[in-house]
Write a protein that binds this ligand. Structure first.
Ligand code: ADP
Ligand code: MG
Length: 222
């Protein structure tokens, strides 16, 4: 068995709204193995995005332990977390989050920050890998939803992170296009990337190697 790249131990995330506490995560303990394609499934409001944001160093847990790629996230300061995120994690979102004024190639190069010139060739390779080499100079508004998501996946890979976190990546796509995007994640997982895909659609979750079901901030099974 390969090692766990993600470990969460009794993780809680509580939001205080006025006098009410909302337990978005209510004692989550789980491990995800390196190279595994995992779905986090569950209804809207179950805590899926909260979990992904904590794993992706976009938010802190209220309590509990989170280890990603051998590092304890709660022991890192903000600048260390930012550097860690850039090296280790690629994000894919439901609404693609591409910058409209930039071409496909420029969007892919965004997370490379100061290495853009060095990585221009890599951006073109990634666009080819996601089937978008004919679109490198196009802007997002000239692309279909599925094409935008392919560009977003190439962008997530530009710093060669071991892990891709995707929040409802097919939520804005028709089912055939969604299936093509899932196939792309499958290919990446076959190449050794760890994929964590959040979805409220059972039909999407079932394509992963493993399904973790979340309800009311707790892991039900998986
Ligand atoms: N910033 C926030 N402030 C207050 N409550 C929040 C916040 N973000 C999420 N929540 C609440 O936490 C719970 C889990 O939300 P979320 O993780 O977004 O669920 P999911 O992604 O499964 O739909 C929900 O009850 C939601 O309303
Ligand atoms: Mg969500």
């Amino acid at each position: 068995m390969s090692e766990a790249i993600i470990r969460m131990k009794d993780v809680r995330k509580t939001y205080r709204l006025g006098k009410v506490d909302i337990h978005a995560l209510d004692g989550v303990t789980l491990e995800i193995q390196s190279g595994c394609f995992t779905s986090i499934a569950g209804a809207s409001g179950a805590g899926k995005s909260t979990m992904l944001h904590i794993l992706g160093c976009l938010d802190h847990a209220t309590s509990g332990e989170v280890h990603v790629n051998g590092r304890n996230l709660s022991e890192m300061g903000d600048s260390e977390l930012t550097a860690f995120r850039k090296r280790n994690i690629g994000f894919v979102f439901q609404f693609f989050n591409l910058i409209p004024t930039l071409t496909a190639r420029e969007n892919v190069l965004m997370p490379a920050m100061f290495d853009r010139e060095k990585k221009a060739e890599k951006a073109d390779e990634l666009l080819k890998m996601v089937g978008m080499s004919h679109r490198t100079e196009h802007h997002p508004n000239e692309m279909s939803g599925g094409e935008r998501q392919r560009v977003a996946i190439a962008r997530a890979l530009i710093n060669d992170p071991p892990m891709i976190l995707a929040d409802e990546p097919t939520g804005n796509l028709d089912s055939q296009t969604g299936k093509e995007i899932i196939d792309l994640f499958r290919t990446l997982s076959g190449e050794g990337k760890t994929i964590v895909l959040v979805t409220h659609e059972k039909d999407v979750a079932r394509f992963a190697d493993r399904i973790i079901t979340v309800k009311d901030g707790k892991v039900l099974d998986g």
